[in-house]
Design a binder for this molecule. Structure first.
Ligand SMILES: Cc1cc2nc3c(=O)[nH]c(=O)nc-3n(C[C@H](O)[C@H](O)[C@H](O)COP(=O)(O)OP(=O)(O)OC[C@H]3O[C@@H](n4cnc5c(N)ncnc54)[C@H](O)[C@@H]3O)c2cc1C
Length: 537
């Protein structure tokens, strides 16, 4: 170490250094996956993996629309580092673990593994997540699931456009969003014309956002004669010819640079309907539920990496004669960030556990509402946490090599993709109004901590009163969902976290309301909170 600079944060185990994650994995029934998550934690801390993350972002994918003879190929070229990242992700089953091993705790185990590995690089998580999420939607057609699922769940990363029957493993994407409207998919204009029996159609239209276009197949929404329907559209047809899926251009994005997001034209592309014609939203919502869980995992992962970097940096950097971690105001900021990260990790794992236990109606109802609550709130908080963690590094945090700029650019994406903030907040209202039992399940969960803390009990009573007031509900949705999220996190912290953390969380979030980080009441416990979160080399 020299010139008051910290040693690089490398060669540490991201799983073993994350106490809230280790505890949650056990609690949610995923301890059988300990070795898997441990191994990914080790790999994620290696210089090799860290380098792949930087290389994949410094060398973004390139579109090749035509070959040298002028024939359309519609391919995207990725840097070798992208393929290395994908190989690890697929090789460890991050795209398929619960479908490969449908045992209690499988979604929780996958959540922990995905959270650990995504800390190296967020962009390649996109096709991994979409493949994981496509399975439950695909299962609405037994025939298609029998044909595709075995290939979606192998541990072989087999890139390149080939007929699926000749591949060792395949990946899936989704194409819902169109230029005239993404949130409002009912405004989709892509047409699906039936071409005969067996649900086969030709799709014509444009999609405005289609990420990871080198995936082998896509779930696509299009207007069939019977209404908006969900289709499986492969990139290559069984005879080896390419489907009429043309990539018009790649998006020049704020972040998520390693990943390709494209605008595409479907020019009579072959596709087959999944589920019932006219019920496309209902079919694809199965996929959206799982990708929304992954937005929560992605946000938790970004927060954790930012807090790991900030607690590490400040433990080795001095200013005004003392280590930054000895400066009372920096202690306040770091502890506040660590508490937010812990509350998010615990919530993420509880939510993943609800996916595991969805056969239980109470858990299914909890999942229905909690996924929208958690997606809204954790994605918003990730943006603020990453920005503040970046500032803890001073000027070093503003420099690409620190990884913080990449985390910062990645953070807003989870909040936009799969339903932006307002859309998720309104989805919570929809659940409240159309499925009121989901609210009972939510309060059933929160009130498991009843009596643990007077302030939490008071907040729950106020929340119930807020919800009973139907005046201007839509305009109040964000405030309401924030309160729901924070009360749920507080309940989880009282039951499963450290009492000090729960106490500070409640006094700063429930009583005072979330404002700037670093405005906690001074407490002798703050340093131990930081130590709990600081990674050890
Ligand atoms: C990097 C990236 C990758 C993506 N990849 C894919 C992909 O692979 N496949 C795919 O299908 N899509 C993809 N998307 C698209 C994404 O899902 C949409 O951008 C998102 O759903 C929002 O839709 P929109 O852009 O049309 O915004 P709009 O629907 O126009 O929304 C704009 C704003 O209005 C708000 N809003 C909408 N309705 C209401 C309302 N009723 N009340 C109040 N506020 C409202 C929204 O919350 C949002 O803040 C991707 C987007 C990004 C940024």
């Amino acid at each position: 170490m020299s010139a008051n600079q910290p040693p690089p944060l490398v060669d540490y185990n991201l799983f073993e250094s994350d106490a809230p994650l280790r505890e949650s994995l056990e609690r949610e029934g995923g301890s059988w996956a300990h070795d898997l998550v441990h191994e990914l934690g080790r790999l994620a801390g290696t210089q090799q993996a860290i380098d792949w993350g930087f290389q994949a972002n410094a060398n973004p994918p390139r579109l090749r629309t035509h070959d040298r003879f002028g024939e359309r190929i519609d391919e995207v070229e990725f840097h070798p580092a992208w393929h290395e990242l994908m190989k690890v992700a697929v090789g460890h089953g991050l795209h398929a673990l619960p479908w490969r091993e449908p045992r209690p705790g499988a979604h929780a185990a996958r959540a922990a593994a995905f959270y650990v590995w995504s800390q190296v690089e967020g962009g390649h998580g996109c096709p991994v997540s979409m493949t994981y999420a496509a399975v439950p939607a695909l299962r609405q057609s037994q025939k298609l699931a029998a044909e595709w699922e075995p290939l979606m769940t192998t541990l072989d990363y087999d890139p390149g456009l080939q007929p699926h029957a000749s591949k060792k493993g395949v990946l899936f994407g989704m194409a819902m969003t169109e230029r005239q409207g993404g949130s409002d998919v009912r405004s989709n204009t892509t047409r699906a014309e039936p071409t005969g029996a067996n649900g086969e159609h030709r799709l014509t239209g444009q999609k405005w956002f289609c990420s990871a276009p080198m995936c082998d197949a896509f779930l696509v929404l299009a207007q069939a004669p019977g209404g908006l329907s969900c289709f499986l559209l492969p990139r290559v047809l069984p005879d080896g010819t390419r489907n009429a899926f043309h990539i018009d251009r790649l998006k020049d994005k704020l972040g998520n640079r390693s990943n390709a997001s494209s605008e595409i034209t479907l020019d009579g592309a072959w596709a087959v309907v999944i589920g019932e014609e006219g019920r496309g939203v209902r079919t694809i919502i199965e996929m959206v539920n799982h990708t929304r869980l992954d937005c929560v995992i992605g946000s938790a992962s970004l927060m954790r990496q930012a807090v790991a970097q900030a607690t590490h940096h400040t433990a080795h950097r001095s200013a005004f004669g003392k280590l930054l971690t000895e400066q009372p105001l920096m202690v306040n900021v770091l502890a506040d960030l660590a508490i937010e990260s812990e509350a998010t990790t615990i919530l993420m794992m509880r939510l993943a556990g609800a996916f595991d236990r969805a056969a239980d109606p109470v858990e299914a109802r909890f999942r229905r509402i909690a996924v929208a609550i958690a997606k809204f709130w954790t994605c918003k908080r990730a943006i603020a946490v990453v920005a503040e963690a970046l500032e803890c590094h001073g000027g070093n945090g503003y420099v690409e090599e620190s990884i913080l700029p990449r985390l910062y650019r990645e953070a807003p994406l989870n909040s936009i993709w799969e339903g932006a903030g307002n859309v998720n907040a309104l989805d919570v209202l929809r659940a409240m109004q159309r499925e009121p039992d989901t609210v009972s399940s939510y309060f059933g969960e929160v009130e498991l901590a009843r009596g643990a803390d007077r302030r939490l009990d008071q907040a729950v009573a106020e929340l119930k009163a807020e919800m009973a007031n139907s005046n201007e509900l839509e305009s109040r949705a964000r405030r309401l969902v924030e309160q729901m999220a924070v009360a749920l996190q507080a309940s989880l912290l009282f039951r499963f976290g450290e009492q000090n953390v729960a106490d500070v969380f409640v006094s700063s979030r429930l009583v005072k309301g979330s404002g700037t980080f670093g405005a906690l009441q001074p407490s002798p416990h703050l340093k131990s909170v930081i130590e709990r979160h600081r990674p050890r080399l």
